[in-house]
Design a protein around this ligand. Structure first.
Ligand SMILES: CC/C=C/CC(=O)SCCNC(=O)CCNC(=O)[C@H](O)C(C)(C)COP(=O)(O)OP(=O)(O)OC[C@H]1O[C@@H](n2cnc3c(N)ncnc32)[C@H](O)[C@@H]1OP(=O)(O)O
Length: 713
């Protein structure tokens, strides 16, 4: 035997053992001259089984010594990388003396996205191979890179278009007898950077800023720093130490929960029994988007990027030309980020992207996404038209953040094909797609919308139809609490700071200024909560017997719509400016407001700000679960992580509640509810009370209590 081949699809214990046994056998057998390591079924390895991290013994130090064993082999070891080499899989490849990859393979060290660091000596070998700046980027972001890039970086020695295994065998035969010392990465010095210390210091500041409280990127950087400052063996010791810190941090559990939650939402189901396992999607070969405002432009861009031909429609030529310009600009920017540039998107080709004011051009599309502004009468008029013009099987989607899907569907002759597709702004960037089924929506329509999400590289989450659906419905009590806190004595910057320190990308007041206060104002006017239709004599701070804050309405009456008017909860340098500065006018306005309404301002500490905002949001989540609007807590968490800037390392609001402990959440809600009996959002939901009563079960068991007990809730 001249060559031994080993397969390493996943780094399970059995595979590791087989790898170790195989290597020892190869070393001991004089007839073996070289070793080739490959994966089965066209995949090298996706790394360790993520579920295994809950048992530290299984992975912590198990792989590192095997990687060292590979490297110290006296016979050349060649990695044949097909499919993916990720995490522990890539670390195995780094232990090999040569790496050869298929042109379509992808590589990366994504441990950081799971709250960990590459703990099998990867933080020490990769910088030695490709240099500190690039290794640091790969390790702290966890990005997957294509084989072509890996070749440019020197991560692999060769890429092939044909049979990788045969090419690896050829390479192994060629290098038999050549000295292995120069191929052992642990023996190589880390390539120098002109001012390494300054470089690492700057990188640390950047990584900390981007991490927003997530530990893993910072500890990844510390491990790479160790590679630059200490010999290999010392660096490995430091890497193991840091790995153990991360493994026992709650953040790793939260991030791993988020990994599986994002996959669990693919397996959608509705209370009526429709599900992913029985429904098949319809093909979408051509789509249309109606309305080229901010949302429509992003949606068109997203479809073009996914190579779906689009007809983009506006109400008149003026709006069409404005929309066309904006879409072209977005597409040009996107094309610049892509390898093939504008050519790869081909958006100047009318067969790919057509602009029109003629509804009749929608006769042959497979799917329409209506994205006009939130006006029920207008949406119904459009859907009525669509059901006359579109071909029989076409899916009719409405991009709405709160409107009733059933009412929109009632305007058509085919309500089974009507579905809500709630995109998030900017629609070509944000990953979330909330998919809302109505009473008559067919399983095929849901499956098609889910497939669309996948094609657009988004995470689709299927939810039921209610005001605000899941995301916005949970957001209402959160924002309401934030405003109540201002009434009681706090300031926008204090509330935002607490929530941003928690890890939100942006606090509720900065968010409101960004989105525009006029959006909510129009909606409240429509609901008769403010404006001319408010009955005379309505108390200023009460609606239907419940506490109401007119503060946001008053700001709008002063023309303060947020960034677009340079004034909102903050002041900005100019209309459209982005830099929020606390505004003395607002502070004295709040004082006058409190005086007018006889409110005595009090000091509100950070704990109260955090708990009232977050626990009211979580409380609404429990109500949503109890009503069957979403089929599990993962759905709510995926929505919040991908659409609302919830810090991923805290796993989503429902996972966070499970880590705080449901008895504590209940206790605090009870306390706040007693202090504010006129605020329904603080009254603990029956489902939360039930879960506490049955002993605070783990999150994965919550829904089982609902099905047994829903009638008694
Ligand atoms: C000291 C030793 C330490 C080692 C550290 C590590 O190795 S940590 C693990 C590093 N690896 C990863 O993070 C890879 C994670 N996986 C992915 O990025 C993707 O799954 C993929 C490999 C790129 C494939 O993507 P694709 O879109 O084709 O499929 P899915 O993501 O839907 O995955 C299919 C199912 O496989 C499960 N899965 C994938 N990888 C793992 C894994 N490493 N451990 C456990 N399970 C994994 C995934 O959950 C899917 O299962 P479902 O049952 O369908 O949900």
């Amino acid at each position: 035997m001249e060559l031994l081949s080993l397969t390493v699809n996943s780094n399970s214990l059995a595979v590791l053992q087989a790898l170790e046994d195989g290597l020892k056998k190869a070393d001991a057998d004089p007839s073996v001259k070289a070793v080739m390591i490959c994966g089965e079924n066209g995949k090298f390895s996706a790394g360790a089984d993520i579920r295994g991290f809950s048992s530290p013994k299984r992975h912590g130090g198990a792989l590192g010594p095997i990687v060292s064993l590979i490297e110290s082999s006296e016979k050349p070891v060649v990695a044949a990388i097909e499919g993916v080499a990720l995490g522990g899989g890539l670390e195995v490849a780094l232990g090999c003396h040569y790496r050869i990859a298929h042109v379509k393979a992808w590589m990366g060290l994504p441990e950081v996205t799971l709250g960990l660091l590459p703990g099998a000596e990867g933080t020490q070998r990769l910088p030695r191979l490709i240099g500190v700046p690039t290794a640091l980027d790969m390790i702290t972001t966890g990005k997957h890179i294509p084989a072509t890039e890996a070749l440019k970086l020197g991560l692999v020695d060769e890429i092939v278009e044909e049979n990788t295994i045969e090419a690896a065998i050829r390479l192994a035969n060629k290098v038999i007898g050549q000295p292995l010392g120069p191929r052992r990465l642990s023996l190589k010095p880390v390539p120098k950077v002109p001012n390494m210390e300054a470089f690492l210091r700057e990188a640390a500041v950047k990584v900390k800023q981007q991490a927003r409280g997530c530990l893993a990127p910072e500890l990844c950087l510390q491990a790479v720093r160790a590679a630059t400052e200490t010999p290999f063996a010392e660096g490995v010791r430091r890497e193991r130490e840091l790995f153990r810190v991360l493994l026992s941090s709650g953040q790793a559990q939260a991030l791993q929960y988020a990994f599986f939650a994002e996959r669990a939402v693919h397996r959608w189901a509705t209370p009526a029994g429709a599900s992913w396992s029985s429904a098949a999607p319809q093909p979408v070969c051509k789509a249309a988007v109606i309305g080229l405002g901010t949302m429509g432009r992003g949606i068109v861009t997203s479809l073009v990027k996914a190579s779906i031909p689009v007809v983009a429609l506006e109400q008149d030529l003026e709006y069409l030309n404005k929309g066309r310009k904006a879409v072209m600009l977005l597409l040009e920017r996107e094309a610049m980020k892509m390898e093939g540039g504008a050519q790869s998107l081909d958006f100047h080709n009318p067969a790919r992207l057509q602009f029109t004011v003629d509804f009749d051009l929608l006769h042959d599309v497979d799917l329409v996404i209506e994205a006009v502004f939130e006006n029920m009468a207008l949406k119904k008029e459009i859907f009525h038209k669509l059901s006359k013009i579109c071909k029989p099987g076409a899916l009719l989607c409405t991009n709405t953040s709160a409107l009733n899907i059933d009412e929109i569907a009632s305007a058509t002759s085919r309500p089974q094909q009507v579905i809500g597709t709630h995109f998030f702004s900017p629609a070509h960037v944000m990953r979330l797609l909330e998919i809302i089924y109505g009473r008559h929506t067919s399983p095929t329509a849901i499956a098609t919308a889910m497939q669309l999400a996948k094609t657009l590289k988004k995470v689709g989450v299927v939810v039921g139809n209610c005001f605000g659906f899941v995301g916005n419905r949970m957001m209402f009590p959160y924002v309401q609490q934030a405003v109540f806190l201002l009434e009681e004595g706090s300031r926008p910057e204090a509330v935002d700071q607490v929530l941003e320190d928690f890890g939100f990308k942006i606090g509720p007041f900065r968010m409101s200024d960004l989105a525009g206060l006029d959006v909510g104002w129009r909606s409240r006017q429509g609901q008769g909560l403010t404006g001319p239709s408010l009955p005379a004599g309505t108390p200023a701070r009460q609606r239907q017997g419940q506490r109401y804050s007119p503060l946001p309405d008053l700001l709008c009456e002063h023309g303060r719509f947020g960034q677009k008017t340079a004034k909102g909860w903050y002041q900005y340098e100019k209309a459209g400016g982005r830099t929020a500065t606390p505004d003395p006018w607002l502070h004295s306005f709040l004082s006058r407001y409190r005086d007018t309404h006889g409110i005595k301002a009090r000091f509100i500490d950070q704990e109260e700000i955090l708990e009232r905002c977050l626990f009211s949001l979580i409380n609404e989540g429990f109500a949503i679960l109890a009503e069957g609007i979403a089929s599990g807590p993962e759905h709510l968490d995926v929505i919040y992580i991908n659409g609302y800037g919830w810090p991923r390392h805290r796993g989503g609001p429902m996972f966070y509640a499970s880590t705080v402990g449901l008895p504590r959440v209940l206790d605090k809600l009870q306390k706040y509810s007693e202090a504010h009996p006129d605020v329904p959002g603080l009254r603990p939901s029956a489902f939360l009370k039930k879960l506490v009563a049955v002993g605070n079960p783990p999150i994965k068991e919550w829904m089982s209590y609902l099905s047994q007990q829903s009638s008694k809730l």
